[in-house]
Design a protein around this ligand. Structure first.
Ligand code: SF4
Ligand code: SF4
Length: 295
């Protein structure tokens, strides 16, 4: 069994407690307008081409079996329609102009990489986080990987958008120490506007995990143009759940703009960024509902 992975990030400090290694799985059922990981949306492998880094050296031309790279009049031309997503050209580029997203990995291949930083996990109460995209679209693989991590005594976190079948949650529940659970809007219509999907299944799954007694860290991307007016309702709702260990408000940023261009994807990133004052206000709001808020 193999999973489609687009990144493994070591020394991650924002994906759960302590120092962690985060595995990013490809493919997502939502399409958030503010997505900062557009390379995780599609399940298909993708090559990003950063034109501003390319010096037209031509090293990628002979590597590509499909003839997707050519040099014309001294300039590199990338024909994306010919790319089959094999990933072979990424390493040929010494200038970092090519980035390949979508490697196939087995549990046996991933495990040694994930255990490399065991010492840091132990000294910081960290561990391994499965994220994405949406890792639970590949739930069978996640279950197998999490089981092996637990057998090694590693703390595990699953970062999910919650828009997955309940059966996917059941698979990983016994071997997950904490869920990092995204909430983006409370009103169904607002949620559809932000993500393209209803949030009913997301709420159902959150309540199911809560009823099973699992620790849940809620993560709320704060995007003023899309969900600023939703915060009170979310805070009020969360107060009624039993196993919310903390709420983390994530300030929206637009750093991913160049990735959209490099992947030739439509850039949907909103313009308005949250001010520090607005962030502080929303953190205070959640505290007034008796919730612990991460800084
Ligand atoms: S990923 Fe493979 S098919 Fe696509 S451009 Fe690179 S070498 Fe060619
Ligand atoms: S190897 Fe990199 S720098 Fe050279 S032509 Fe290809 S993309 Fe451009």
């Amino acid at each position: 069994m193999k999973a489609k992975i687009f990144e493994i990030k070591r020394f991650a400090v924002h994906d759960g407690d302590g120092i962690r290694t985060t595995v990013f799985f490809k493919g997502c059922p939502l399409k958030c307008v503010w997505c900062h990981n557009p390379e995780g949306l599609s399940f298909a492998p993708q090559l990003a081409y950063y034109a501003q880094k390319c010096c037209s050296c031509g090293e990628c031309v002979s590597i590509c079996p499909e003839g997707a790279h050519t040099i014309r009049n001294g300039q590199h031309v990338f024909d994306r329609t010919k790319c089959s997503g094999c990933g072979a050209c990424e390493k040929a580029c010494l200038y970092g102009a090519l980035a390949f997203y979508g490697c196939d990995r087995t549990v046996d291949e991933l495990l040694p990489v994930l255990l490399e930083d065991r010492e840091f996990y132990e000294t910081t109460n960290g561990g391994v986080t499965l994220s994405g995209g949406e890792c639970l679209l590949q739930a069978e693989f996640c279950e197998a990987l999490l089981k092996r991590l637990k057998a090694e005594g590693i703390h595990t976190a699953v970062d999910t958008c919650g828009f997955v079948p309940k059966t996917a949650i059941d698979r990983v529940l016994p071997c997950t120490d904490v869920f990092l659970y995204d909430l983006k809007a409370w009103d169904e219509s607002a949620h559809i506007r932000c993500t393209g999907q209803s949030n009913r299944l997301i709420i159902e799954n959150l309540e199911y995990i809560d009823s099973c007694g699992k620790a849940i860290e809620i993560r709320i991307p704060f995007v003023p143009a899309y969900n600023q007016d939703q915060m009170k309702e979310i805070a009020s709702y969360l107060r009624g759940l039993k196993n919310i260990t903390k709420v983390r408000i994530l300030p929206y940023h637009n750093y991913a703009g160049s990735k959209y261009t490099a992947l030739k994807m439509e850039n949907t990133l909103p313009e308005e960024l949250p001010s520090e004052e607005a962030m502080q206000k929303v953190r205070e709001l959640f505290k007034t509902y008796g919730l612990q808020v991460a800084d």
